[in-house]
Structures are given as structure tokens and as C-alpha cells.
Design a protein around this ligand. Structure first.
Ligand code: SF4
Length: 229
């Protein structure tokens, strides 16, 4: 994983109403990731270098004070950046809500952020169960992911768990195992399923993915499953 400390941000989406539930936000796209998910839609961000410095981000955010509700930290994996805690601290002091999109691989950073009340909302990617995790993410990071999930459940902050489903990579049976795992963990939020989007550039070339879950009853007594359009 290469990370530019001086210019860690690949790009900024200046305005969105789609990413932070019911809030206006901008998105900071951090370059670099410690996973290589086969279906990753952002190979240029994962493999590329940033071109925007922290100072430039701060200056941009000053110009958006009172215009935006929130800042979304996405990527890549923003929690890999060595100054992420101080940056998030500064963003909070400016009055923005903070949302983190994460693959869950940095529980030690997550713990510090939670202890300091620096996260308002978080989206955690649940890639797969241990048997399939390495194949899908090309990493051995299931245990850190699990630690992050445990920390979030314990913290009580609002967060969501979500999974991208490619029909070649996650079968209905595998998905039901993941649902049972979340139930055992006593996750209480909605579990979002996002179908893989065909015909876009991804990290690895994949076959066509079929939407095979629409008519399946996936929710259980403990876990509400929702397919995201
Ligand atoms: S999909 Fe995987 S490789 Fe792509 S940014 Fe997310 S965690 Fe990293």
C-alpha cells in the first residue's frame, strides 16, 4: 500500500445528498487501500496517488462551513492515513458531522476515534466470511474487520453494515451464513446488500453478475436485510 502523506486525497466530491443519510455532504476520496477487492470500482483511487493536500482540504472545508452538514471520509481506505485522527478532529471542530466509509481493517484507529466521539455515522463493508475473505479481498484482514464490528456494536453509535454481492463471488447460501454471523454478533442495524454493477471498470475483470436475491426472504428475526437500489 502506497500512501502519499503530503497529498493523501485523490479527489473531492464537493456536494452529495446520497451518501450521508438525510444530510448534505462532501466526500474526501483517500488514495490507497490495504485490500484489493476483485470487484472494486475505484482501481484508480486504490492504486493511484493523491493530488490534494490536507491544507487544501481544510481550506475547501472552510469555504463550505454552514453550507454542508457533513464530511464523508472514503477511498480507498481513509483510516490508513497517518494523520487521520487529527484531521477528523479538526473537521469536527469546524462543526461538520463526520461519516466514515471503511473496510474495517484499522480497529486500533477506530477505537481512538470512538473514544474521542469523533464519528457521527459509519458504513462498514462486510466483504465475506473467513473462508471467502481472502479470495474476494486479496488480503488476510478478516480478524481486524471482526474487531471493528465488535467495537462498533459495543459503542452504540449509528452505523450500517453493507455487502457488495457479485453472483460469482457470494451465493445465497454464503450470504445467509453472513446474516447468521451478524445475528450472532447481535448487530441491530439494517444489513444492506448492494448488487455489483455490471459494465464498469473494476480492479479485476469479472463475469456478468446476476441479481438473484430480489425474491428471496433474507431477513431473519434478528437482522433486517435490505437490498439497496
Ligand atoms: S472495494 Fe476493496 S479495494 Fe476497493 S476501496 Fe473498498 S476495500 Fe479497498
Amino acid at each position: 500500500m502506497k500512501e502519499s502523506v503530503a497529498k493523501p486525497i485523490y479527489n473531492i466530491t464537493p456536494f452529495t445528498l446520497l451518501d450521508y443519510p438525510h444530510k448534505s455532504a462532501c466526500i474526501l476520496w483517500f488514495a490507497g487501500c490495504n485490500m484489493r477487492c476483485l470487484y472494486c470500482y475505484n482501481p484508480e483511487i486504490v492504486l493511484g496517488k493523491g493530488s490534494i493536500s490536507i491544507a487544501e482540504v481544510i481550506s475547501f472545508l472552510h469555504s463550505r462551513k454552514n453550507l454542508l452538514d457533513a464530511v464523508v471520509f472514503s477511498g480507498g481506505e481513509s483510516l490508513l492515513h497517518c494523520n487521520i485522527i487529527s484531521l477528523i478532529n479538526e473537521v469536527k471542530k469546524m462543526g461538520f458531522l463526520v461519516k466514515i466509509d471503511t473496510n474495517g481493517s484499522r480497529p486500533e484507529i477506530l477505537r481512538l476515534l470512538l473514544e474521542n466521539n469523533l464519528i457521527d455515522y459509519l458504513a462498514l463493508d462486510f466483504k465475506a466470511m473467513p473462508a471467502d475473505f481472502e479470495k474476494i479481498t486479496q488480503s488476510a484482514l478478516f480478524l481486524p474487520f471482526e474487531k471493528s464490528l465488535d467495537l462498533l456494536i459495543e459503542s452504540g453509535i449509528p452505523f450500517e453494515v453493507r455487502t457488495t454481492v457479485h453472483s460469482d463471488l457470494i451465493s445465497e447460501k454464503q450470504l445467509r451464513t453472513m446474516i447468521a454471523y451478524l445475528e450472532k454478533k447481535q448487530y441491530s442495524g439494517i444489513y444492506y446488500i448492494q448488487y455489483f454493477v455490471n459494465n464498469v471498470i473494476t480492479l479485476e475483470k469479472l463475469n456478468y453478475s446476476y441479481r438473484e436475491l430480489d425474491d428471496k426472504k433474507l431477513s431473519t428475526s434478528g437482522i433486517k436485510v435490505q437490498i439497496r437500489a
